[in-house]
Ligand binder design. Sequence first.
Ligand code: G3P
Length: 218
Amino acid sequence: MKFFLDTANIEQIKEINDLGQLDGVTTNPTLIAREKAGFRQRIEEICAVVKGPVSAEVVALDYEGMMKEAREVASWAENVVVKIPMTPAGMKATKALAQEGISVNATLIFSLPQALIAAKAGAAFISPFIGRIDDIGQDGMELVADCVSMVDNFMFDSEIIAASIRGLPHVIESIRCRAHIATVPYSTLMSLFKHPLTDKGIDSFMKDWNSANLGKII
Ligand code: G3P
């Protein structure tokens, strides 16, 4: 399973990239607005750091507007993926863009039929929003698992991105249900390295080494 970082914060992106764990980045209008940087400038900055797919979302809601924005955004860097919301106009645009060779991440997916429509439209990535589904008392992970089975069963090329991840349990379940990608906030990604027994083990190894006066290795 690949890790994408769900942020437009360039410092966080550089830090995770330096750790060798960054397979891509997803942004959305909210994450871009939070950074108070220009949209194009920030996407170009991210693409200069990250070699994998970088999702940048259109804000037009009509087909023609989406097509214009998508072509523009896709021209900013080779690895830009255009993020398009699940609407009839959005899926029409997804199909046309896929035919032009522009990769689309179908976003705001909350049901299995929506995911099927996105796959049939030719979306390279499909993003079910786990946390927001959990927020309304339903099971976000069940949708991710169903989406993974759906693309496998019908042999679509689309990759499922477990999105709107709120913490470690969502990541563990995403691994278990063979999501192709999990897009995670910075704090969640950093938490994946940690376990209290790892910290405890390092402490006791260091204590034993030092009390035996073994000195430095080099
Ligand atoms: O990847 C989708 C994400 O940006 C939405 O997450 O936490 O706003 O539901 P959240």
